[in-house]
Structures are given as structure tokens and as C-alpha cells.
Ligand binder design. Sequence first.
Ligand code: COA
Length: 179
Amino acid sequence: MSSARPESSRVSGSSAAPGAVVRVAEPADLDFVYEAERQAGYEWLVGQWPRDEHVAALAHADTRYLIASRPGGAPAGFVILQPLSDVHEGTKLKRVVVVEPDQGFGQAMLRATFDWVFDNTPSARLWLDVFTHNDRARHAYRRVGMREDGLLRQSYRMPDGSRADRVIMSLLRSEWPPP
Ligand SMILES: CC(C)(COP(=O)(O)OP(=O)(O)OC[C@H]1O[C@@H](n2cnc3c(N)ncnc32)[C@H](O)[C@@H]1OP(=O)(O)O)[C@@H](O)C(=O)NCCC(=O)NCCS
């Protein structure tokens, strides 16, 4: 089914949540993005694009990269929003990566990202897909208010040729911020 896009209007600026600040990336940030998604073991958890694919995606009108930092700190994670704001499906968190996992930063980054999306786009919802085997990410997404919408069975070919299930998770504009 085709979809109308983009629905975006105001698409710049930064957002902050306790523990994290996100800002729109520039081309100079792509080295960080490229290295961050290539951390040991991450090939089983997230997609990894060649540099030219990142360069093309960053320039795309319907894509934004958000760079996340602790307040006053160096880049510590990133989120790719693609599509930025589809009129039907809203904003997809295409890739979510934290450099030093399991320290609480991912949840803060996600909260700042949700603020940015709902402040800067008209999206009615945001969503993502996550491997069923990625228990840490699924737990973090639930902790920040996302809900599971459904299962995409055997829907991704892994680096070793095996196939993995993915779960769709979403958050509605009406659910953010939580009460
Ligand atoms: C997913 C990711 C962004 C989350 O960021 P993070 O900084 O690690 O997340 P946080 O530390 O804020 O929260 C992690 C939570 O998962 C929990 N957790 C850790 N390992 C877990 C496991 N194996 N099973 C279930 N929960 C787990 C932690 O206890 C914590 O929950 P809590 O706050 O209730 O104690 C980060 O781990 C990451 O970049 N992972 C590699 C790439 C990836 O998987 N990206 C997501 C693709 S959809």
C-alpha cells in the first residue's frame, strides 16, 4: 500500500529529557554514527549501512538523524527517523543505538526523541520494529511507554543467513507524555 509523505513541517532544533539531549545531526556526525552501529555484537541487533547509504539518507528530506548526548557531553547515541512523518504511520525509529548500553542512557535518549518528534512533526504516532531476541531493547521500549502492536514472523535475514522474527512497537501522540 502506498503512503503519503512527508507530513513534516518544523524539523529542526533540539529536545532534552532528564539525562539526555538530542539534536539534529550534520554530515560531520556520520563518522560517529558509522562507528556506533558497528560495536561488537551489534550486527545481531541493528542494521549497519555503508557510509554512502548514510550520506544519502542524511540528505533525504524525509529522514532525520538525531544525535544524543548527556547534557554537556559528547555524542553517546543516535536515532534515525525514517520516514520522518508519514501521514498514516507517523514517524519510524529506523535505528536506535547507544554506545555504552545498560547505563540508563537509552531510556533517556528515547524520551528526548519522543519529545523531539511530537514537538517537531505532526505525527500521530511513532513506531519501530525490534528483533524478538533483543530482550534488552524490548524492555527499554516498554519502560518508556511503547506497546507491542504485532509480530513480523521470520521477517529479517541475519548476517549468518538465518531468519529472525521482529515485533512492531508503537507510541501514540495521545500517550505522550505519560500521565
Ligand atoms: C537498545 C538500547 C538502545 C537501549 O539503551 P540502553 O542504554 O542499553 O538502555 P537502558 O540502560 O536505559 O535500559 C535497559 C533496560 O533493559 C534491561 N535489560 C538489560 N539487559 C536485559 C535483558 N537481557 N533482558 C531484559 N532486560 C534487560 C535493563 O535492566 C534496563 O531496564 P531497567 O531500567 O528496568 O533496569 C541499547 O542497549 C543499544 O544500543 N543496544 C544495541 C543496539 C540495539 O539493540 N538497538 C535497538 C534495535 S531495535
